[in-house]
Each structure stands twice: as structure tokens, then as C-alpha cells.
Design a protein around this ligand. Structure first.
Ligand code: PHE
Length: 352
């Protein structure tokens, strides 16, 4: 025992001298020191292991010596470590050039389609229209059948459809071709009055070019209550375009056909670009078509569980890209979906 005692004491004296003499301002050297003395396989660990063999009486005295030795090594490490990291900090801050200009950060911008959609929603909000949304993947019933598109009827070809699954349990599954499907969902879920807008992305199987794309964005609207008339439809849409394009914008309705409305119409406005004088946008006619509309066909109401003798309604639908084109004169539809920031940035502070 005495032998171990003596050996340990000698070792400790020797290492104590070494530690006292040690100094460095180099982080790597300090790390070496830490590993040598304080590491998990270091000297102090070894000495503590040997200490286990010492007799209990001796442990009391030697224990104290050992602890002091350990504290010495730890204190040395800590002091040197603080000095080194402090000098590193000053070295880094000395490299800072405070005269350099700031880096700045760019503000994001709203997408032109989002600007227009918001504007449309705000106008109809004033008339009490809320906003309804629905799925982009639809079944045949909501996209076609409930909307009075008879099966095998050529009207289904009016909108070239992307089918996902043919002939499933709920009929064909497809990407919705219009947000009229959301009108069906809304009417099925409750009873009139309904007064809502259905904004959303829709898909049609068309070759991509400057004038056509395989998807675009719509805002459709639905108003169903007792005694809703065509006059209500005209006045509502008239108010809408006065708000959107300014007082004095003229409207005209042309008879049209949609399976889900009867009568149906397309609405033109006096060209917002040339004010009716004739330009490229209106192809010289002074008028541009902006939406389809009509009185909801009683069959559609009945399909959705609504009493068509008691209730009537009107619906309309427009393409947001078209409305945006008329404001911003964007000649190529593809720009809307390419997300080129140089294009998008231009609308930073745009309002319609
Ligand atoms: N759903 C029609 C379309 O996609 C637009 C429309 C909606 C027309 C409501 C009349 C009434 O083209």
C-alpha cells in the first residue's frame, strides 16, 4: 500500500509542476492539455482509478490531495480557455468593416392574380357575399352531372377534362374544370339563402401557349334565395364592374348557353384599355367579354335538394387571368405561372 501511496504522491507532485508551468494561447494546444489531464482516458482518471486500491485511512488524506490536484488542472484549463476565446472574439471583431453598406433584404410581392382575386372578393363582400372553397379533384357528380350536364352530352366537351380515374364508384374522377362544383357542394350542404364566391384553380386539357394554359383561376359566384330575378343578376354584375374598372364602364349581355343556367348570357364590358375606341385587346370592337352568367337551372337546384318552386338564383363565373390581363395588359398567359421574380415584382404596389 505504502508503495502505491508514495508513487501516487510523486506522480502528483510531478504533474502539479507541469500544470503550473503550462501556458499557451493556442486553442489546439490547450485541447491537447485538456485531453491529457482531464479527458476520459486522461491522467486524472488514471490516478483516481489507482486511488481505489489505497487503504481507507490513507484515502482521507490522499483524497484531499487528489481533489486539489484535479481542481488545479480544471482551473488552469478554464483560465486559458477564457483568454483564448476572448482574444478570438477581438480578432473577429477587428475584421468587421463598419463602413460597408448594409445588405438589405427584399420585400416579397403579391402575385398579380392574388391582387385581382382579393379585389374581386372585396367588392362582393360589400354585397354580402362570403367565400367558399372546395376540392380540386372532383367526381363526375359535382363537376358535371349535378350541374345538368347529361351523360354523353356534347356539352361535356365544352371543357376538355383531365381525367384521373374513369368509371370509379362515384363515376369518373377528374381535375375540376370549373369552380361550379363548389356551388353544388354548398347547395347540397344547406338551404338558401346562399350568397357566396368560389375562387380557385381549375384545369382544362389545352395545349400551353401564350393564350391558353392547362390551368387557370376562376371566381364564380352564386346567389340563391326567394324571388331572385335576372334583374338582380344584372344589377349585381353592373355594380361589380363599376367598382372594378371605374364608374361609367358599360356592360352588355349576349345570350349564351351553359347547361347549368337558363337563360344564360355572356357579359361584355366596354374595353378598359381603350375605353371603347378600339384597340388590340378588344380587337377593335370596343368590347371585351369578361364572364359567363345566368339563372340557375331549376334542375340544378333540385339535384342539390333545393325546392325550385320556392327558390331561384343566379350564378356567374370569370377567369381571374382575363380580368388581370385587362388591367395589366399581360400578353402571355404563361407569365402567371412561371414565377419569374422580374415579372412578379412589377406588381408590387399595383391595385386594380
Ligand atoms: N362554369 C362556367 C365556366 O367555367 C362559368 C359560369 C358560371 C357560367 C356560372 C355561368 C354561370 O366556364
Amino acid at each position: 500500500m505504502l508503495y502505491i501511496w508514495g508513487m501516487l504522491q510523486d506522480q502528483i507532485t510531478q504533474y502539479t509542476e507541469e500544470i503550473n508551468a503550462f501556458s499557451t494561447n493556442n486553442a489546439a494546444e490547450l485541447e491537447q492539455f485538456r485531453i491529457r489531464f482531464l479527458g476520459t482516458k486522461g491522467i486524472i482518471k488514471d490516478i483516481f482509478d489507482e486511488f481505489k486500491a489505497v487503504s481507507p485511512e490513507e484515502k482521507r488524506t490522499l483524497g484531499k490531495v487528489l481533489n486539489q490536484f484535479k481542481q488545479l488542472a480544471e482551473a488552469k484549463y478554464q483560465t486559458l480557455n477564457e483568454t483564448i476565446s476572448a482574444s478570438q472574439d477581438t480578432a473577429e471583431s477587428n475584421q468587421l468593416d463598419l463602413t460597408l453598406p448594409g445588405e438589405g433584404f427584399e420585400l416579397g410581392t403579391r402575385h398579380p392574380l392574388a391582387i385581382v382575386r382579393r379585389e374581386i372578393i372585396e367588392i362582393f363582400n360589400k354585397l354580402g357575399f362570403s367565400v367558399a372553397e372546395g376540392p380540386e379533384i372532383e367526381d363526375d357528380w359535382h363537376n358535371f352531372s349535378a350541374l345538368n350536364f347529361p351523360e354523353e352530352h356534347p356539352a361535356r366537351d365544352m371543357q376538355d377534362t383531365f381525367f384521373i380515374k374513369k368509371g370509379g364508384e362515384k363515376g369518373d374522377i377528374a381535375l375540376r374544370t370549373h369552380t361550379s362544383s363548389v356551388q353544388v357542394r354548398m347547395m347540397e350542404a344547406g338551404q338558401p339563402p346562399f350568397r357566396a364566391l368560389m375562387p380557385g384553380r381549375v384545369y382544362r386539357n389545352e395545349a400551353i401557349s401564350a393564350r391558353a394554359h392547362c390551368f387557370f383561376h376562376q371566381v364564380e359566384g352564386l346567389y340563391v334565395d326567394e324571388k331572385v330575378s335576372f334583374a338582380d343578376l344584372k344589377q349585381t354584375l353592373f355594380y361589380f364592374v363599376q367598382e372594378l374598372y371605374g364608374e361609367g364602364t358599360k356592360v352588355r349581355f349576349r345570350p349564351s348557353y351553359f347547361p347549368f343556367t337558363e337563360p344564360s348570357a355572356e357579359m361584355d364590358i366596354s374595353c378598359s384599355i381603350c375605353k371603347g375606341a378600339g384597340c388590340q385587346m378588344c380587337k377593335g370592337s370596343g368590347w371585351v367579354e369578361i364572364l359567363g352568367c345566368g339563372m340557375v337551372d331549376p334542375n340544378v337546384l333540385e339535384n342539390c335538394g333545393i325546392d325550385s318552386k320556392k327558390y331561384s338564383g343566379f350564378a356567374f363565373g370569370m377567369g381571374i387571368e382575363r380580368i388581370a390581363n385587362l388591367k395589366f395588359e399581360i400578353k402571355d398567359l404563361r407569365l402567371f405561372s412561371e414565377n419569374d421574380v422580374r415579372f412578379l415584382k412589377q406588381y408590387q404596389s399595383a391595385t386594380i
